[in-house]
Design a protein around this ligand. Structure first.
Ligand code: ASP
Length: 310
């Protein structure tokens, strides 16, 4: 049996040690461990990387602690508009949705776009009609409601401000979720899901559902899922840039991810981080913020669950 690995994230941001209660910190770690274990167990049982990343992301979407699925941030209109993407490194097939509401697990709808439509990216009403055609149930807004995020939105709802969930003004609840995995068959996959930014308007879409920006997978190189200020990750075509540095320059996963996060993203003014796995099962989880909710596990034994810079 080949080696396998998985890494997950729950967003990067101003996560400074000591700002959060130890109870809350424990809850975050518990949720991260739960998602990690779900994905890892699937890989251990021989499931594909694609299944494992979907399984792990669904666990994170179901937790109100993270800005994806249940607990997504509020838009300027006081609703939830979610984005998600998934990509299979074996076939380079991908699926993505954006501006969807009421769907419990956006990552599964993204996978259905990949597997059950001829398209890669469906948005808004059209994506919702596609979900309806497939028989998806929709949850009421109450399901997605989270008191903390509602307060976050009330503070800026009458302004032109929009903010990353992991704003410096807030402690506690941060970001987008994602997973990357290498399976026993040697295939990699990536999935990312988000509620985007608080008070976003005009149909704002971030990097998370954009293939190559916030999410990318290619067996030749790696699988990547990003988190951070989406506008910069789109402009930097971040996930694909990591893959390109590996493919065209022959760089290692570690060198390519460090170059992109610690140099290129910073140079254009962006902040955030990413998780990545290569076809050998190496994992990199760099970030240029104070912290990033993250966890990883390799079949060779190494396991990490962390929030802050070490
Ligand atoms: N990248 C996401 C976006 O811009 C936000 C995040 O990572 O928390 O929509």
């Amino acid at each position: 049996m080949g080696t396998f690995s998985i890494a997950i994230h729950g967003g990067a941001g101003t996560l400074v040690k000591g700002q959060m209660t130890s109870e809350l910190e424990a809850k975050y770690k518990e949720s991260l461990s739960k998602a990690l274990t779900a994905g890892y167990s699937a890989l251990e049982a021989g499931s594909t990387a694609l299944d494992a990343v979907e399984i792990a992301v669904k666990v994170l979407e179901d937790s109100p602690l993270f800005n994806a699925g249940k607990g997504s941030v509020f838009t300027a209109e006081g609703s939830h508009e979610m984005d998600a993407a998934i990509m299979d490194g074996k076939t380079l097939e991908a699926g993505a949705v954006s501006l969807i509401s009421g769907i419990k697990n956006p990552v599964s709808l993204a996978r259905d776009v990949m597997e059950k439509s001829y398209h890669v990216f469906l948005a808004g009403d059209g994506a919702m009609r596609f979900a309806d055609d497939l028989g998806y149930d929709t949850e009421s807004p109450d399901y997605f409601y989270d008191e903390f995020r509602h307060q976050q939105w009330l503070e800026i709802r009458d302004t032109d401000d929009f903010q990353l969930d992991h704003s410096t003004k807030k402690e506690g609840k941060f970001g987008t979720v994602g997973a990357v995995a290498l399976d026993v068959h040697g295939n990699v996959a990536a999935a990312t899901s988000t509620g985007g930014m608080t008070n976003k308007k005009w149909g704002r879409v971030g990097d998370s559902p954009m293939i190559g920006a916030g999410n990318y997978a290619n067996n030749k190189t790696c699988a990547v899922s990003c988190t951070g200020s989406g506008e910069f990750f789109i402009r930097g075509v971040v996930a694909y840039d990591v893959s390109c540095l590996m493919e065209y320059k022959g760089w290692s996963l570690e060198k390519a991810t460090a170059e992109v996060i610690q140099k290129r993203v910073l140079e254009i003014g962006g902040d955030g981080g990413l998780i990545a796995v290569d076809a050998q099962g190496n994992i990199a989880m760099p970030f240029n913020t104070e912290g990033m909710y993250r966890a990883s596990k390799k079949s060779t034994g190494e396991e990490i669950v962390a929030i802050y810079k070490d």
